[in-house]
Design a protein around this ligand. Sequence first.
Ligand SMILES: Nc1ncnc2c1ncn2[C@@H]1O[C@H](COP(=O)(O)OP(=O)(O)O)[C@@H](O)[C@H]1O
Ligand SMILES: [Mg+2]
Length: 394
Amino acid sequence: MNIRVGLFFGGKSVEHEVSVITGLQAAQNIDRSRFDVIPIYITKQGEFYTGDEVGRIESYRDIPTLLRRSTRITLVNDNGRVWMVRYPAKRFGSSIVGELDVALPAVHGTNGEDGTLQGFFNLIGLPYAGCDILSSAVGMDKFVQKCVLKECGIPVLDALRLRSGDREAAEKIEARFKYPVIVKPINLGSSVGISVAHDRAGLEDALELAETFSDSLLVEPAIEELVEINCAVLGDANGAVASECERPLGSDEILSYEDKYVGGGKKTSGASKGMATLGRELPAKIPDAMRDEIRSLALRAFEALGCSGVARIDFLLDGKEKKIYLNEFNTIPGSLAFYLFEAAGMRYRDMLTRLIGMALGRARREQNITYSFDSNILSSASLGGAKGSKGAKR
Ligand SMILES: Nc1ncnc2c1ncn2[C@@H]1O[C@H](COP(=O)(O)OP(=O)(O)O)[C@@H](O)[C@H]1O
Ligand SMILES: [Mg+2]
């Protein structure tokens, strides 16, 4: 019997639409001789839907109709098996829609890429592809990941973390950095809410913009002679490979959401096809030594964060200082970064097979970890008295 893969996409995130493209692209490329694909669309409200329509890109032009024609589900663990159950349940007959063996999350940004969905899968006992809870959460927080990377000797730009609404933000930033600086919401993606400030007035605008997207902000020096290089890594603790390097090409000072998802698509077909069609130089025209250095930094960083599955790691090259900095992690990258592996000679289909294989391997390893410890504490426990059960723990 084929392995049943739940392909999750959409989600409560500013990158909802891009995720639909990543998800359906993956669905199209999975090896159907080994896997049955069950597309599961997460709405912006966090509801799960499945059905034939959910698997068709054209259906997303009219989402209310798509939802009417699809089946809303919840996931339930019953004795170690994970079932998709119709919600609301049918009054008569079974509400079971099907069973899942493994999840392939293709949800970008908050609630999907940050450990939330991974935590949900863990809790219901569904093996899943990609980074685990901790590496997803660290990969999503632009400040925490810098702390971990610094500790592991990987070059990152100095940065200041600030709470939204900090009245002394501008003073703190000016005391630490010279202009220009760049202000980012701490945990978003796709360049949403990011801007460069060249002076105090610009800084106030940049802070105000970023604050509308997050409770926490990250400020760092803005590189003026900037070249961006991205490199992805596929693997886990048992071994990983780095992809080809790409140089994304943008039209603005900051590579914008439009550059990433609209610009590239416009030139080709008039419709966005996700990260795969972003204007890019692939392979990036950089000296071999630099390419080797970036690929080796990417592998070290993947290991430093404890990643698994696929992650795209983005670098900033400072032309003036001639330095390479790791900018950020994307633990569920646009288009799952398949085009970077394709450029290195790996077919998307094979990459997906490896991702699912690693997910099942991790689940098998976890099964051998002991989570229950038989004890007879409850046989004599009571909640009475000042000691209670806490008092019993020494
Ligand atoms: N320190 C920096 N100096 C100059 N430009 C930057 C810097 N950091 C980010 N950028 C620009 O902003 C874009 C988005 O920033 P990034 O940190 O990658 O956030 P996101 O998670 O939204 O992709 C980058 O692709 C790059 O074009
Ligand atoms: Mg980025």
